[in-house]
Design a protein around this ligand. Structure first.
Ligand code: SAM
Length: 301
């Protein structure tokens, strides 16, 4: 019999030989091994010198062979944590990123301060109507539905395969009331709505060659690339969102590094006001929020 630690060390060596640093290799193999064994970190520390169960070595070997070709660990596990919940992911969906949690924070903050008119009392009782454009795994739409339970949440995507994963996540995570729509941008969602959120594809096409192979070779191109300057989808989304939002409504988008000035210009040109940039922990604007002028409409209007 071979100890778990010996099998793991051999797998680490294999990843190092494929070009991974020793730290990356140890981290990734550790995550994969614990997932196969169903072990916590504490189990790992206490039990790694015990004999490896049958099939452990073969199962780990198969996953490490895929990781050696830079397939992301999230795809190997079939899941990724986002905002404290575990979402199923496949090759049809972008892997949810920590920076997208900043978009959810901005959306929840706006929802919390939303009643701002003489009709405040009525508005407080009215459900906010939300659309997540380009929902992918559904991580934004489902999180908003679970955190803002009175909201009515719609989610769109051009990828039917991604929507199938999002629907599955909604069912498993208890957000079965999210409405999914296959189509471009706002698709066939009934308008107007109060809040449009989106993490659109925004990577410039020529950046493909500078992306990590984990991303460029494995995540869906339709989820990543936004034409020559990265703004192709955003250029269509902004005027469509402006027409689709109620007075007092808001558009909140995740954006790429260095895109804030250009996108703020597009938002102003489309008639948005009160444009706010939300910075990440490095002080880089990664989320932009833009408001439709005018008092919020009365509920039901
Ligand atoms: C960057 S991914 C975001 C996925 C998910 N919202 C997240 O944050 O992890 C962009 C998503 O937009 C979808 N998409 C691309 N163009 C679209 C369009 N014109 N209308 C709707 N969805 C689109 C892609 O299929 C992909 O799922």
């Amino acid at each position: 019999m071979t100890a778990v630690a010996s099998v793991v060390n051999a797998a680490v060596a294999r990843l190092c030989a494929a070009g991974f640093s020793r730290d990356e290799a140890r981290r990734d193999v550790g995550v994969l091994a614990r997932a196969i064994l169903g072990w916590s970190l504490e189990d790992w520390l206490a039990r790694s010198s015990t004999n490896a169960p049958a099939a452990f070595a073969a199962t780990l070997d198969a996953l490490v062979a895929r990781r050696a070709r830079y397939e992301p660990v999230a795809y190997l596990l079939g899941e990724k944590e986002f905002y404290g919940r575990v979402f199923r992911v496949t090759h049809h969906t972008l892997i949810p990123r920590p920076e997208t949690e900043g978009l959810v924070d901005a959306a929840l903050a706006w929802l919390a301060r939303r009643p701002t008119s003489p009709h405040d009392a009525q508005r407080a009782c009215a459900a906010a109507r939300i659309v997540d454009v380009g929902t992918g795994s559904g991580c934004i739409a489902i999180t908003l539905a679970l955190e803002a339970t009175s909201a009515v949440v719609h989610a769109t995507d051009i990828s039917a395969d991604a929507l199938a994963v999002a629907r599955d996540n909604a069912t498993h995570l208890g957000a079965g009331a999210v409405h999914f729509h296959c189509g471009s941008l706002l698709a066939d969602v009934a308008l107007p709505v109060d809040l449009i959120v989106s993490n659109p594809p925004y990577v410039p096409a020529q950046d493909r060659f500078s992306l990590q192979p984990d991303v460029a070779d494995h995540e869906p191109a339709t989820a990543l690339f936004g034409g020559d300057d990265g703004l192709e989808v955003i250029r269509h989304l902004i005027p469509e969102a402006r027409r689709g939002l109620a007075a007092g409504g808001v558009l909140i988008m995740e954006i790429g590094i260095g895109q804030a000035d250009n996108i703020a210009g597009l938002l102003e040109a489309a008639g948005f006001a009160g444009i706010e940039r939300h910075a990440d922990l490095q002080g880089i604007a990664r989320v932009i929020e833009a408001h439709v002028p005018g008092p919020p409409a009365r509920p039901g209007l």
